[in-house]
Design a protein around this ligand. Structure first.
Ligand SMILES: C[S@@+](CC[C@H](N)C(=O)[O-])C[C@H]1O[C@@H](n2cnc3c(N)ncnc32)[C@H](O)[C@@H]1O
Length: 350
C-alpha cells in the first residue's frame, strides 16, 4: 500500500509501512525530516550559488525534491539523484512528476553504485552521503570528488559503534576507541569527523566542520573543504585523544564542531528542527570538548539537582559562560572547571 505525504514543500508517495527498516522497498524515514530540514538550511545559509550537487543515496527522491523546491533557483545548476535500487528509481521518477519536476533540466537521474557513480563523475560542490549505517565505505570516493570550497554532508546511523556500545566495531570502521557514558555522542561525532578528515587529507583536502550534530539514531556533519598542505596540517593538528572520567577515547576531532558565523546565518521554521538549531546556536559559543552531566555529577557528589535557571545564574555570576547542549537533556556546556562547578552547586544548597 502506498500513501502520499508532505514533507517541507515536497509531496511524495511512499510505501505505507509501520516498521522503518532497510528492507523497505523504497526507503523513506519520516524521523529523518530534521536531517533534510537542516540540509536545506545549510545550503540556504551558504553564500554560494550555481552548485553541482550529488544526492548519492536518493531513495524516494525527497531530499532532491526539497532542495529543488525550497532553495532559490540560482542555488543549484545541477543535481544528480543517484540510487542503485531499480525500485527506488521508479518511485523517484514518480515523485518528481508529482512535484512537476520531471522536465527540470537541472536533474540528472542515475542508477549506479555510489562509489562507482562518484568516481565516474567530474566532481561536485556539495555531496550528500546518507546511506544505511556507516558512511565509511563511501568516504574515499566522496573526498576525491569533492570540489575545493565544497561541502561534504555525512550521516552515520551506526551510533552503536560510534557511541561505544560496540567498541570493536568502532575500531574496525573508524580506527578509533569510542567512549561510553554521558558524553559518548559528542565523542562519536568527533570520531566520525576525524575519520572523514583523515581520508580527505590523503588528497591534500582539509575538511573543517561548519555544522554538526547528533539526533535520534544518527550523527551528521557538514564539512567545508579547503585545498592545500598547510590547511591539512592545521586540521590534523587538531585531531587527538581525549580523556573524560578516566576513559580515553579517539583519535577524534578536538576543534570546533560549529562555525559560529555560518550557523548564526542558518534559519529554519519547522518546530522540531528549529528547536535543535536554537540549542546549537546557544552552545556553539562554548566550543570546548565535552560537557557536564549535572545528574551524574550530583549523584556522585550526593547533591540534590539544582534548578537549571538557578545554576545558570550562579555560573554566570561567577563570570563563566554556560549553555544547554543538544547532546543531552542533563548536560550543560560551560567554561567553568568541574571542581568550581561542584562548589557552585554546593553553595546553592548551603
Ligand atoms: C538511508 S536510504 C537514503 C535515504 C535518503 N537519503 C533520504 O533522505 O530519504 C539509503 C538508500 O541508498 C541506497 N543504497 C544503498 N547502498 C547503495 C550503494 N552502494 N550505492 C547506491 N545506492 C545505495 C538504497 O537503495 C537506499 O535507497
Amino acid at each position: 500500500m502506498n500513501k502520499t505525504i508532505r514533507e517541507g514543500k515536497a509531496i511524495i508517495t511512499v510505501h505505507d509501512e509501520k516498521k522503518i527498516s532497510k528492507d523497505l522497498e523504497v526507503f523513506y524515514n519520516p524521523v529523518m525530516k530534521t536531517n533534510r530540514d537542516l540540509s536545506v538550511a545549510v545550503l540556504k545559509a551558504w553564500n554560494r550559488n550555481h552548485l553541482q550537487v550529488a544526492d548519492l543515496f536518493a531513495a524516494s527522491g525527497v531530499r532532491t525534491i526539497r532542495f529543488l523546491k525550497e532553495l532559490p533557483k540560482r542555488k543549484i545548476d545541477l543535481i544528480a539523484a543517484n540510487d542503485y535500487s531499480a525500485k527506488a528509481m521508479k518511485q523517484l521518477k514518480q515523485n518528481l512528476k508529482q512535484n512537476k519536476l520531471q522536465k527540470d533540466k537541472r536533474i540528472k537521474i542515475t542508477k549506479k553504485e555510489a562509489t562507482l557513480f562518484l568516481l565516474q563523475s567530474n566532481g561536485f560542490d556539495y555531496i550528500d552521503v546518507d546511506p544505511f549505517g556507516t558512511p565509511v565505505p563511501f568516504l574515499d570516493a566522496a573526498a576525491k570528488r569533492l570540489a575545493r570550497e565544497g561541502i561534504l554532508a555525512v550521516t552515520a546511523t551506526d551510533t552503536s559503534a560510534l557511541a561505544g556500545a560496540f567498541p570493536d566495531a568502532c575500531r574496525r570502521k573508524y580506527s578509533a576507541m569510542p567512549m561510553h557514558g554521558p558524553i559518548m555522542h559528542e565523542i562519536g561525532l568527533r570520531i566520525l569527523i576525524a575519520k572523514c578528515q583523515t581520508i580527505a587529507a590523503q588528497y591534500d583536502k582539509a575538511l573543517t566542520p561548519i555544522f554538526s550534530y547528533n539526533k535520534d539514531h544518527y550523527m551528521r556533519a557538514f564539512l567545508f573543504c579547503e585545498k592545500g598542505k598547510t590547511k591539512v596540517t592545521e586540521v590534523q593538528n587538531q585531531i587527538g585523544m581525549f580523556t573524560y572520567d578516566k576513559q580515553t577515547a579517539g583519535p577524534m576531532w578536538l576543534g570546533r564542531l560549529w562555525d559560529e558565523n555560518f550557523v548564526g546565518k542558518m534559519k529554519i521554521k519547522e518546530t522540531e528542527s528549529e528547536k535543535l538549531l536554537k540549542t546549537i546556536q546557544g552552545e556553539m559559543i562554548i566550543p570546548q570538548v565535552g560537557f557536564f552531566d549535572i545528574h551524574a555529577i550530583c549523584k556522585r557528589e550526593k547533591l540534590q539537582i539544582p534548578k537549571y535557571e538557578i545554576l545558570f545564574g550562579a555560573i554566570q555570576k561567577a563570570g563563566h559562560k554556560v549553555a544547554r547542549t543538544h547532546f543531552s537533556l542533563n548536560g550543560i556546556r560551560t567554561t567553568m572547571e568541574e571542581k568550581e562547578l561542584i562548589e557552585t552547586i554546593q553553595k546553592i544548597w548551603s
